[in-house]
Ligand binder design. Sequence first.
Ligand SMILES: Nc1ncnc2c1ncn2[C@@H]1O[C@H](COP(=O)(O)OP(=O)(O)OP(=O)(O)O)[C@@H](O)[C@H]1O
Length: 200
Amino acid sequence: MSSTSAATVAAGKNPIVLFGPSGTGKSTLLKRLFEEHPEEFGFSVSNTTRKPRAGEVNGKDYHFLTRDQFIKAIENKEFIEHAEFSGNMYGTTIRAVRDVAEAGKTCILDIDVQGVKSVKGTDLGARFIFIAPPSEEELERRLRSRGTDDEASILKRLQTAKAELEYGKQPSACDIKIVNDDLEGAYKALVGFIFGNSQE
Ligand SMILES: Nc1ncnc2c1ncn2[C@@H]1O[C@H](COP(=O)(O)OP(=O)(O)OP(=O)(O)O)[C@@H](O)[C@H]1O
């Protein structure tokens, strides 16, 4: 919950955490939020051990770290979440989230349940929004119709979804649960929560 001190993030810029099973529509909702409020919100810059690609700028596209630096940061508990993909490490630091607030924007985090638990252990003062599907059947339909995942990936996402839905049922899991049934209604609920609670 967001009862922890927010003294270390800029006033009124407490991070917003969106979580919920893959395919519930988090990216769809966030895309619209960023389009309609481009100055208001930002994503944190991730850390990675992968080599920069041509044109990528350190500190803008990613914070590029050596493997040793990355491991040291893990040991120092600097990460909200981190994972390894294809031999490279990726992660989000508490520092990177604070940077967004200090740049005058509200940081939006789209993370999994492990990340949610981790943010709850910080003093970022985040607010948590659980995006739920109307049903597991509809979730499966959306994952299939999205056309971005193979069968194995879809099954894995559906399996993970069960645990995420269980977690989301706990009253302390989030500040608001939004069922993304009708997209328009879900978006209105999202904006209502974000601005309704923060413009005091
Ligand atoms: N309310 C809705 N009604 C019907 N389809 C929707 C709705 N919201 C999103 N979708 C569709 O469902 C699919 C999954 O949405 P999206 O990719 O935004 O999910 P996600 O939660 O961001 O998933 P991931 O965690 O894997 O990134 C997309 O094809 C999207 O167009």
